[in-house]
Design a protein around this ligand. Structure first.
Ligand code: DGJ
Length: 548
């Protein structure tokens, strides 16, 4: 080929790539707002997490079918150490190959979940050659030297072996996906921590416990005042009654961070950890009393994880809490300038669907209901009693509403222009402060037309027996808002210091080029009693006018 032709065709190939296509998925933060950039642009993960045992080629069709029905764009799928390294040193990534190929065919991105040393704290997903060799891969020991069910974070051989397998996975991923970016992020281990034992008491762990707290931890994790007797020194001196659990968090974080760092050195994808929540309403948090998984990445030890595992970008909550107050508290606690909000698991029962509006409105990178595939295995009572399309439907409605606007939404969220709310268990009105000095007044269980008091029985609309309302609002221009939501009455009004009124409300959606397609203008009965978002999610574009 002549040189000029070669240059021309190279140029043509480059021009054919979307901007940023060569760039790996990565996380960015600006003014406390976060985005996952995919091919150079913010991406909103409308996710579904498969059941734990759906990670086999023949199982996948039940996953894709549910993902399609739920209108997701991202599937979260376990990759188990036992399946990729059944014999030590012999790797088999055929499942990963099938998964990535079929994800592309099904127009889904992927988040891979590395189930290895710890899955829900246990060693269940380690290969048999690990399980059968406790001498080489030691368990944590209690105060009497009795082994726990949980592998020790001080097992050097365990760390070496897990890391080698993880690096092999990341090396393979780079080979098959570096040009396409089907895989967006990787979760390292799953819901780590230990039940029933606050920390490892093995001699090597004990020796580490008696060392001074590392400077990186001291710099971030503030002591709980009443418990501390020193600002530096041993774990006990600095953290008092919290010393054991904080030390365990540090040991786990260091172990996981080491694995993540090695994986990123070969293929640099964003990485995160998830966790089984401790009580978010217990403020200040009391020392561990066998009431949560000690050492897991709970909200109160996010700083320890940040200090000990800098290769981990996000500490993420798995939300199965039932009360709305506790869910809201978790959203607040896990959303920080140094920690993007990302919800890799939320119950798949209908009542959780409304929280997607709250999370995406707050600027979350995404949300994934857990167990959203069509295996006949129900997660009730944590999740839905159903395992069919009826389980997917409540999420399909919400994800379907965001689908046409997903990339813009992620961009607006990154610019800090989005807000969101879910109906509380108390069913009470709420207020959202919007950019530009406007406020959105939210009401639930209202008729579309008229006021409850007009009906002498004060009856409430059918279908509102359980809380189901939710709304997300983005400021898309000065004094212009996009409202996405369901089962909520919204009134946008001037906040303090602003006067004005609603000039125009359009119902519509976005086309595949991101252009607004108006269906009709709401006026008269459709606006006289607020903007009543129907049980089926709806999208409204609202223009406000300032009178001063
Ligand atoms: C949380 C875990 O992270 C998941 O893998 C799964 O076990 C669910 N709990 C079950 O509800």
């Amino acid at each position: 080929m002549k040189k000029t032709v070669l240059v021309a065709s190279l140029l043509a190939a480059m021009l054919a790539l979307p901007a940023g296509a060569a760039e790996l998925p990565r996380l960015v933060q600006r003014d406390g707002h976060h985005a996952l950039l995919v091919d150079g642009k913010p991406f909103l993960m409308l996710g579904a997490q498969a059941h734990n045992s759906s990670n086999y080629p023949r199982a996948l069709s039940k996953v894709w079918n549910a993902a399609k029905d739920a209108h997701t764009n991202t599937v979260l799928m376990p990759v188990a150490w036992e399946q990729v390294e059944p014999e030590e040193g012999h790797f088999d990534f055929s499942f990963v190959d099938t998964l990535v190929k079929e994800a592309r065919q099904n127009k889904q991105h992927l988040v891979l979940l590395w189930f290895a040393t710890w899955k829900n704290t246990s060693a269940a997903y380690t290969p048999a050659w690990v399980k059968l060799n406790p001498k080489r891969f030691p368990a944590m020991l209690d105060r009497d030297g009795k082994p726990s069910y949980c592998l020790s974070p001080f097992g050097e051989e365990t760390l070496r072996a897990d890391k080698r397998a993880f690096v092999a996975l990341m090396t393979h991923l780079k080979k098959i996906d570096a040009d396409k970016h089907t895989v967006l992020m990787v979760q390292v281990e799953n819901e780590v921590g230990t039940y029933g034992l606050v920390r490892d008491f093995s001699p090597v762990a004990q020796a580490a416990f008696e060392q001074p707290v590392p400077a990186a931890v001291l710099a971030r994790q503030k002591p709980v005042a009443a418990a501390s007797v020193a600002t530096s020194g041993t774990w006990r001196e600095v953290y008092g009654d919290y010393a054991d659990e904080y030390f365990h968090a540090w040991a786990k974080a260091r172990y996981i961070g080491d694995i993540a760092k090695a994986g990123r050195a070969v293929y640099d994808l964003p990485m995160y950890v998830n966790n089984a929540l401790r009580d978010a309403l217990e403020q200040p948090p009391k020392p561990w009393k066998n009431n949560f998984a000690s050492g897991g990445p709970g909200w109160d030890v996010i700083d320890i994880y940040k200090a000990a595992a800098p290769a981990i970008d996000i500490v993420a909550p798995d939300i199965y809490t039932s009360g709305s107050e506790a869910i809201l508290a978790n959203l607040r606690l896990f959303q920080r300038k140094d920690n993007a909000l990302w919800i890799p698991e939320i119950g798949n029962a209908e009542g959780y669907a409304r929280w997607i509006y709250a999370a995406l409105g707050r600027g979350a990178l995404g949300v994934a209901p857990f167990g959203l595939d069509y295996f006949n295995y129900s997660n009730y009572p944590l999740g839905s009693p159903r395992t069919d399309k009826g389980m997917a439907e409540p999420f399909a409605r919400v994800f379907g509403a965001f689908q046409p606007v997903q990339r813009q939404w992620a961009q607006w969220a990154f610019e800090g222009r989005t807000r969101g709310a879910a109906e509380g268990d108390d069913r009470k009105p709420q207020t959202l402060e919007l950019p530009g000095g406007w406020v959105a007044k939210l009401n639930y269980r209202q008729w579309q037309f008229g006021e409850i008091a007009m009906d002498s029985n004060e009856k409430r609309p059918a279908g509102t027996e359980q809380p189901g309302g939710g709304v997300a609002i983005a400021q898309i221009a000065d004094d212009e808002f996009l409202i996405v939501g369901q089962r909520t009455r919204v009134r946008i009004e001037p906040g303090p210091g602003v006067s004005g009124f609603m000039l125009r409300a359009e119902e519509g959606s976005f086309d595949d080029k991101g252009r607004w397609q108006m269906e009709r203008v709401w006026n008269g009965d459709q606006v006289d009693h607020g903007l009543n978002l129907t049980p089926e999610p709806i999208m409204l574009k609202v223009r406000m006018a300032r009178t001063r």
